[in-house]
Design a protein around this ligand. Structure first.
Ligand code: URA
Ligand code: SF4
Length: 204
């Protein structure tokens, strides 16, 4: 992605008023990281601290994400991090369908232009963009082809902070990420069906 194109995207997000979240935000949060990243993380929406700083994943969930990246030898600058919604929903309520629809073109642009080898969908809203009407608890940890991208669903770090079993699953899925990045492109399409970890779906 050329730097000029990217800067233009950031400018458009910062000036965006396509949904009502624009009225209450302090800062929009377009995303950050390497434009040559092999892996892109897609979370849900900015929270309190993200809205204050204009940066993704800088609160408690963000600390966990940073820690998990560190555990596999990656720094935040090595990857690209963004969200489904670029503006904070009031009181961190769940995203509404209209907000997701309004904001989606920015994410699509990021996916297309950064074109990562692996897209990590963090949590059910992010996962639902790629595979609607499926349970994240069943899908997590299994890489799936989506158009020309490889989507790797995981639990959201905020959910993992509330539930120890989800945290164990998240850590497990992170450990498999370096191998997945390395092998991306040569994975069989139906690998998901053969994954032995399906029993963890009970923990959704
Ligand atoms: N949770 C998210 O989904 N995204 C953030 O940026 C922070 C917390
Ligand atoms: Fe625009 Fe997305 Fe922010 Fe809504 S959430 S105002 S669509 S950038």
């Amino acid at each position: 992605m050329s730097t000029a194109t990217y800067e233009d995207l950031v400018r458009r997000v910062n000036a965006c008023a396509k949904c009502t979240l624009a009225q209450k935000r302090n800062r929009a949060v377009p995303g950050e990281g390497s434009l040559d990243a092999d892996v892109m993380f897609v979370g849900e929406a900015p929270g309190y601290y993200e809205d204050q700083e204009g940066r993704p994943f800088v609160g408690r969930a963000g600390n966990l994400l940073t820690e998990l990246l560190d555990s596999i030898g990656l720094r935040r600058e090595d990857v690209y991090i963004t969200n489904m919604l670029k503006c904070r929903p009031p009181n961190n309520r769940d995203p509404l369908p209209g907000e997701i629809a309004a904001c989606q073109p920015y994410l699509d642009e990021q996916l297309e232009t950064i074109s990562p080898k692996v897209v990590v969908a963090l949590g059910r809203y992010s996962f639902a963009k790629f595979f609607p009407n499926e349970a994240i608890g069943k899908a997590r940890g299994k890489p799936r082809r989506w158009n020309n991208l490889l989507v790797y669903p995981m639990y959201h770090p905020a959910a993992a902070l509330r539930n120890g079993r989800l945290r164990v699953a998240l850590e497990e899925d992170f450990r498999a990420l370096p191998g997945l990045i390395r092998d991306a492109g040569s994975l069989p399409v139906d690998q998901a069906e053969e994954d032995p970890r399906q029993q963890l779906s009970l923990f959704e």
